[in-house]
Ligand binder design. Structure first.
Ligand code: FAD
Length: 292
């Protein structure tokens, strides 16, 4: 895999600073695409050489394996952004908080909930990120995707199957290139107050500033994963460098030198204890990236 004007390539790269758990992980090639041609270039190479690959957004919803023996692709160059009236077109590599700030500044409302989501637009569409009873599909009109044969398609919201923290896009091997959002005319001052309220609420209830990847498990219907974990007496439970947060039981934090294995073992332990106590199977919201 060679560098070109459209891609940056680092061999045997560390992903420690590219995942919010800050766990050590290495990849054979880290390829940062600088534009759409760069993405096509790397996908052609992958197809011709039959290599494993993985799209890494901001790494805020993944548990990376120690070694990814293939190509890890970052979409940093897909950062286009246009606003026309109340329609916003945004590249997959843009951060959710940037999308929120830019739309609020234009007096558009609908994406305030996303201010503290530390992910990219692409990663948030793939996993249908959301908060406070809202999610990204509320305002999404369509997306542009590329498949592994390099076909570019526009998918309307109606073409996509989505539900709570899930879409069928990954199953179809689609890579999100950009999203088109329809927002409503709002009031910047009101949006800023809402953002302030949401931010303070998070600070009070979540272990902000300590490496994690947000909520570990999906909330079961009519319940909260955090409540079930807390009532299983697991707050503070530690395996190696991974601990159940004392502030919010549905967060696992890296207290220093957590490994991928520590986090996965702690997840298994939580699932076992919650099953024994409540007969509920907790479903992982985070994604284990494991190529073995
Ligand atoms: C402190 C904290 C708070 C959080 N709060 C919330 C919250 O309130 N609500 C919520 O929903 N989530 C929350 N999260 C989780 C996370 O931020 C979101 O799930 C986010 O949308 C993930 O985006 P990402 O870019 O980091 O994706 P990554 O973690 O990098 O990737 C996630 C998955 O998406 C795939 N992917 C990424 N980009 C693309 C693309 N362009 N095309 C195809 N596949 C792609 C990856 O291959 C992977 O399978 C939180 C995380 C943290 C650390």
């Amino acid at each position: 895999m060679k560098q070109s004007p459209n891609i940056k390539v680092i061999e045997n790269a560390s992903l420690k600073n590219l995942n919010t758990y800050k766990i050590e992980s290495k990849t054979k090639y880290l390829v940062t695409v600088l534009n759409l041609d760069g993405l096509k270039e790397v996908l052609s190479y992958i197809k011709d050489n039959n290599i494993k690959y993985f799209i890494l957004g901001n790494g805020s919803n993944v548990i990376l394996d120690e070694y990814l023996d293939g190509i890890t692709i970052k979409l940093d160059g897909l950062n286009n952004f246009t606003i026309k009236k109340n329609t916003v077109i945004c590249g997959a590599g843009v951060n959710m908080s940037t999308l929120t700030c830019k739309t609020v500044n234009k007096n558009l409302t609908g994406l305030e909930w996303a201010i503290n989501i530390p992910g990219t637009v692409g990663g948030s569409i793939i996993g249908n990120a959301g908060a406070y009873n809202r999610d990204i599909f509320d305002n999404l009109e369509s997306i542009k995707v590329i498949d592994k044969d390099l076909n570019i398609k526009v998918l309307k919201k109606e073409d996509i199957i989505y539900s709570y923290r899930h879409t069928n896009l990954k199953e179809n091997n689609y890579i999100v290139i950009e999203g088109t959002f329809k927002l409503k005319k709002g009031n910047k001052e009101e949006s800023l107050l809402l953002i302030k309220d949401r931010t303070e609420r998070r600070k009070k209830t979540q272990p902000i500033g300590i490496p994690s990847a947000g909520s570990v498990f999906r909330n079961p219907p009519n319940d909260h994963a955090g409540r079930l974990i807390e009532n299983s007496n697991l707050k503070g439970k530690t395996i190696g460098g991974a601990s159940v947060s004392k502030k919010h039981a549905n967060f696992i934090v890296n207290t220093g030198n957590a490994t991928s294995k520590d986090i996965k073992n702690l997840i298994q332990l939580i699932q076992k204890e919650v099953k024994e106590k409540f007969n509920i199977d907790l479903i992982l919201e985070q994604e284990i990236i494991d190529w073995k």
